[in-house]
Design a protein around this ligand. Sequence first.
Ligand code: ZN
Length: 389
Amino acid sequence: MAASAPSPRALELARTLVGFNTVSAHSNLALIHCIRDELARLGVKSRLSYNADRTKANLFATLGEGKPAGVILSGHTDTVPWDGQAWSVDPLGGVVRDGRLYGRGAADMKGFIATAVAHAKLFLESDAPFAVHFAFSYDEEIGCFGVRELIADLRDAGIRPLACIVGEPTSMVPAIAHKGVYRYRCCVRGKEAHSSLTPRSVNAIEMAARVVGRVRDMAERFEREEPRYEGFDVPFSTASVGQFHGGIADNVVPRDAEFRYEFRDLPTADARAMQQQVVEYAQSLEPAMQRVAPETGFRFETICEIPSFLGSADDDVTRLALRLAGEQRTTLVAFGTEAGLFKNAGIPTVVCGPGSIEQAHQPDEYVSLEQLMRCEAFMHGLARSNSLA
Ligand SMILES: [Zn+2]
């Protein structure tokens, strides 16, 4: 019989998780401890791996200890902030209304995490020939930083999961690819002078602008020349400058300028090579700058490097997700996830979770109860699976 509402346990837990303020700038420890204690009541031990100052943690737990290897259910515990957004409900209130659970993180991605944890007992008692692992990370929204520690911890502990399902909101349609997100900052040091004496100066804004122009040229080249990858909204890699700062007055040649830019590379492209082109172009400008003032030049910083993800419709984990979700087709998503990091660690991965990315990061974020029910059915199917495909 089809359920008409999510189980009270899963919904209650989802409301509880939404109630923790886990904006990436905050600690997520209260939420992590809540899940750890929940699992401890079932006799399940959690591995926590921390950030450098131990204010945030990842949680990894295995349900079905002793079984050969398992399927990871992966989610990030942090959320984006809601400053300046017009919400009609309390972002931390966990309001259930009109068939929806509202709150920051309801779709992205506490609904998925809560549904997984609410089924821990089912996974423990399951006859499935594989374990189920929970992998809940911190700092995904600001660059997928936490999960890198988690994956390193698994490697050090000799834990080799068979597959990974990342529960980002895909409306429960398995997604097998997304682009990467690579963000950099470029700081330009010039030499200031009165603007009537330009030959004795190095204009940081003008030098920065040349490099910005190069980023733009690259973006136009991707659009013109890159082999298309159909299925993405924009079927080629993109490049974009998001911030530019510099200058102090109209009559001062600026000493400093800074800009930030990003590449979103197709799974078939290589963002690091793109960045290398930018760095080499900047370096080609430096000799002329340094003839005027030796201290001038460019400095690059990495803000985040989230690799693209490319799974396959033929992977066992994709077939498993299709079967459990009752879907025939796979999809691509436009946003970055932790999937590429799991895949690059040798773990076949698919992205599939409740709710829509349309609601993520928005005011009045919600996940529909119908989506949570579909996610529950997915969990039940996983616990009943007798094989991985
Ligand atoms: Zn997310």
